[in-house]
Design a binder for this molecule. Sequence first.
Ligand code: NAP
Length: 209
Amino acid sequence: MKTLIIGAHGQIGYQFCTLAAAADFPIRAMIRDAGQSEDFEKIGVETVVADLEQDFSAAFEGCDQVVFTAGSGPNTGPDKTLLVDLYGAVRSIELSEELGIGRFIMVSAMRAEQPMQAPEKLRPYMAAKYAADVLLRRSRLEYVILKPGRLTDEPPTGRITTDPEAVAHNTISRGNVAQVLLAVATNRALRHREHLLLDGGEPVETVFS
Ligand SMILES: NC(=O)c1ccc[n+]([C@@H]2O[C@H](COP(=O)([O-])OP(=O)(O)OC[C@H]3O[C@@H](n4cnc5c(N)ncnc54)[C@H](OP(=O)(O)O)[C@@H]3O)[C@@H](O)[C@H]2O)c1
């Protein structure tokens, strides 16, 4: 069985796919632009073209796990926050339940549980993340919710912390999040867990062993 990656051509998604391919972990990359498939051919990863704003149920066929790391990004308005970060995530969870997917790994965001504490501009995004997390917790799915801090493009160190008191910053590299995703995706014993993620001092494989 395979793991479906939603948001596979994103900055975290593609790093995760590269690591998964190198580890011979079976995945299917969901992309919305067929032109992106060349990038996946290079690393030997199968693709399916589908869009969260349309019917994407066919993408799940033959998969038993989902990694959701899609996002509308900072260059679009609240309309896309609603359609991608909220509706897209909610439909992904609902379809996973309907289609018998066993496990769902969500890339949420640090402090998504308190959207009204976020800067005003970020509140709709945080509210979308909050609502998707609530639905996932209440679903029948085995889940792991990952809550990274502010993402950076620093080279991955392979070392993180889940304790905000352990470090004096609120950031994590996308590469470290990708490493965490692989550690979690390959360890099915982890279920009904939620973790804050920041760059830190503990090896990823130790934290998620
Ligand atoms: N920025 C932060 O500081 C921060 C902090 C915590 C958590 N996060 C979360 O981290 C995750 C990934 O971050 P990232 O930096 O890797 O983001 P990214 O590079 O913007 O990647 C997002 C991916 O989502 C895909 N996507 C957008 N709309 C879609 C749609 N309608 N259907 C299917 N796919 C769609 C994009 O597709 P295209 O490639 O076609 O554009 C892209 O591949 C997101 O869930 C984000 O909310 C971000």
